[in-house]
Design a protein around this ligand. Structure first.
Ligand code: AMP
Length: 283
């Protein structure tokens, strides 16, 4: 199999898309920050069922990191990423340089309210979704794909992107992919590479705590009581919780009872120097 072509310029991306369109091919986009794992690759495989041509973007977007976050040490491993994308069938990799995405005169920001202002990630990362929305709007415009896929792993981000696409009448359809997990339940994440062996052994408690709260809530236990018990599981595993909340699955507004509509349990916690997030549905 020939190597997957890699381009770094928007013009090259557009030329590729235009050539495929002339041949009547449908186009799909998988935006990533690289350091690819099986979760990312599962998005490629899902999208492949919908479109004929899959483009993966690799760009560590500085504007979604705040100054005290891990932009500098975020894992960058383009060579391994290319090998992995070669294995799942990818048609093009778009890996732009910083100046291609943010030239020195770049001066636009997209501000989102709604699901970006619900006191979850936004409370702890106040400028994060501004950066995400801006880069995703750029990528969607650059590629003009029929469909773009995002993971439920970053659940609030998914809702923010859905809002963005709807509010700005973007023509790309937004698809969601389920969270891929390790055998012990830990959600795959590029940031798991930061965990020491000891932390890695404790990390699955985050998912187990979510599952425990979901089953207690479904069996009729008071929501606050169920969340309290799960908080104890997470704290016992040595993590500091940013939030653990039951929210409406679409608006992300607080829910007081399961009768309020489809619900989602969302958590963020620190394990040593690593911040982990996860979520599950409470049907
Ligand atoms: P990232 O490179 O972390 O920005 O992630 C790129 C895309 O992969 C995002 O849409 C994520 O939600 C998605 N993703 C990250 N981890 C997983 C996972 N464990 N399972 C499925 N999708 C994931």
């Amino acid at each position: 199999m020939a190597d997957v072509p890699v381009v770094a310029r928007v013009k090259e991306l557009r030329n590729f898309v235009q050539a495929k369109r002339l041949k009547g091919k449908s186009i799909g986009l998988v935006p990533t920050m690289g350091a690819l794992h099986a979760g990312h690759l599962s998005l490629v495989e899902i999208l492949r069922q919908y479109v004929e041509c899959v483009i993966v973007t690799i760009f560590v977007n500085p504007t979604q990191f705040s100054v005290n976050e891990d932009f500098g040490r975020y894992p960058r491993q383009l060579t391994q990423d290319l090998e992995k994308l070669h294995e799942v069938k990818t048609d093009l990799i778009f890996a732009p340089h910083l100046e291609e995405m943010y030239p020195s005169d770049f001066s636009t920001r997209i501000i989102i309210s709604g699901p970006a202002e619900v006191n979850l990630e936004d409370r702890f990362r106040p400028t994060h979704f501004e950066g995400v929305a801006t880069v995703v709007a750029k990528l969607l415009n650059q590629a003009q794909a029929d469909i773009a896929i995002f993971g439920e792993k970053d659940y609030q981000q998914l809702q923010v992107i859905r809002s963005l696409a709807r509010d700005l009448d973007l023509s790309t359809r937004i698809l969601a992919g389920p969270t891929l997990r390790e055998a012990d339940g830990l959600a795959l994440s590029s940031r798991n590479a930061y965990l020491s062996d000891e932390e890695r052994a404790k990390a699955p408690q985050l998912y187990l705590a979510l599952c425990s709260a979901a089953s207690l809530i479904l069996s009729g236990m008071d929501i606050n009581e169920a969340l309290k018990q799960s908080t104890e599981i997470i704290v016992k595993a040595g993590m500091q919780i940013d939030y653990l909340e039951l929210r409406h699955a679409e608006s992300l507004a607080p829910v007081l009872s399961l009768a309020d509509g489809p619900a989602r349990l969302l958590v963020a916690a620190h394990l040593g120097k690593t911040r982990l997030i996860d979520n599950i549905s409470v049907p």
